[in-house]
Design a protein around this ligand. Structure first.
Ligand code: GLU
Length: 421
């Protein structure tokens, strides 16, 4: 099947199938793999919302819990016009793999609403979020399933989820959702965490392969929370040149490297990285295949297809997005000797600081930023070291190595717990 037609969940299953070739073949292990091919629970809800003009619109909402064998399910909530069940299932599956690679005491889940949030007023967005939370409330809870931000959602939306859940339960329960504002039990460092974690992983990678991170030219697809925070830190803490950036409205290229803070200000003013003064306009595909050292896909799934992979010139790809590279593209990138730091490792900084937030909420004791970033770095570097070691020992790309590590941890838990009844 051509990778253009492959759905995100088909992609996820393919990745699992490839990794399982490197795992034991006895009955218990095969059963565990079979178990992981399926999502434990999928809920579809319809959400009638009275719009500001008095008319009613009905939106589709989803919450998928892929696997809770290692702990309560954890995963973000996406608002996008393209959200559908298959995509949410894939994103939930990747969360199970991600929390296992990072060795966090969680399983994986994801939620979504098929809506373009930029088309709603703040009050409509709040009603939609509260209605959604209420519709899936039986699935939620600090020891059941814990949402967080993802594409199209932010800390303000997480505050509404926290409030709706707490109102319904009759007590303030901060641990039910992460990525909240710090004023209502959020964690310092959570907002920037995915970008911060990505930079820690790039530092570890640069050290392993003996390159100077400061001297790298970087192209970033997507300039939301992940892309922008990664760009800021690479420019500020290192001296990387950010030479190309793009978002859904367009792209900008400057071989001399951008003043990233000025770019962030431009985005705040205009809503896009396009038309940045002094930059050349580039398309999405031109960005992915531009002459750079490190490519950071930080948008959505299936951006680096086989067709695109043929033209990629970067030496390293660090996946800020979930599922940006198809399995067919992986094969081509691998043959070309391009190192791919896979999503389930590279972008795990977000869920890791979500974990810290949850721990702080449950303890009702909050850490300073220094402790957050120190512990984040430790967990990211440990996971990187584990994955890198497997990739060297088994002579496989890092994606396969990360899946081997995750599936080993999951399979052992499934085997130890046994299949009920
Ligand atoms: N949506 C983010 C992710 O894909 C964060 C999930 C979380 O913090 O639970 O990893």
């Amino acid at each position: 099947m051509s990778d253009i037609k492959q759905s995100p969940y088909e992609m996820a299953l393919k990745q699992l199938e490839i990794a399982s070739q490197y795992l034991p073949k006895d009955k218990d292990w095969l059963n565990a793999i079979e178990y992981l091919k399926n999502c434990q629970r999928c809920l579809i809800v319809s959400l009638p919302i009275v719009m500001d003009d008095g008319t009613m619109k009905v939106f589709d909402g989803y919450r998928v819990q892929h696997c809770d064998v290692r702990g309560p399910t954890k995963g973000g909530l996406r608002y996008s016009k393209d959200v559908n069940l298959d995509e949410v299932k894939a994103l939930a599956f990747w969360m199970t793999m991600k929390t296992a690679v990072m060795n966090l005491p969680y399983g994986g889940s994801k939620g979504g609403i098929t809506v373009d949030p930029s088309k709603l007023s703040k009050t409509e967005l709040q009603r939609l979020t509260r209605r959604y939370t209420y519709a899936i409330i039986d699935l939620l809870g600090p020891v059941k399933d814990i949402p967080a931000p993802d594409v199209g959602t932010d800390s303000k939306i997480m505050a509404w989820i926290f409030d709706t859940y707490s109102m319904a339960m009759g007590l303030p329960d901060h641990g039910v959702v992460t990525g909240k504002p710090v004023e209502v039990g959020g964690s310092l460092g959570r907002e920037a965490a995915t970008g911060t974690g990505l930079v820690y992983i790039m530092e570890a990678m640069a050290e392993k392969i003996g390159i100077n991170l400061d001297a790298q030219r970087v192209a970033i697809q997507g300039f939301g929370n992940v892309g922008a925070n990664c760009a800021l830190q690479l420019a500020q803490n290192h001296k990387c040149k950010i030479i190309a950036v793009s978002d859904i409205k367009g792209g900008s290229y400057n071989e001399k490297g951008f003043d990233v803070q000025a770019l962030v200000d431009h985005v705040k003013k205009t809503g896009s990285v396009a038309n940045f003064p002094g930059a050349k306009a580039i398309s999405n595909k031109e960005l992915l295949t531009c002459d750079c050292d490190i490519l950071v896909p930080a948008a959505i799934e299936k951006q680096i297809t086989a067709e695109v992979a043929k033209g990629v010139k970067a030496k390293v790809i660090a996946e800020g997005a979930n599922g940006p590279t198809t399995p067919d593209a992986d094969e081509i990138l691998n043959k070309k000797g391009i190192i791919v730091i896979p999503d389930i490792l590279a972008n795990a900084g977000g869920v890791t600081v979500s974990y810290f937030e949850w721990v702080q909420d449950r303890d009702a004791y909050f850490w300073d930023l220094e402790r957050i970033n120190k512990e984040l770095r430790k967990i990211m570097v440990n996971a990187f070291t584990d994955v890198y070691k497997i990739s060297q020992e088994k002579k496989v790309p890092m994606r396969i190595a990360a899946y081997i590590l995750a599936v080993e941890r999951l399979a052992k838990a499934i085997i130890l717990r046994g299949i009920f009844p």
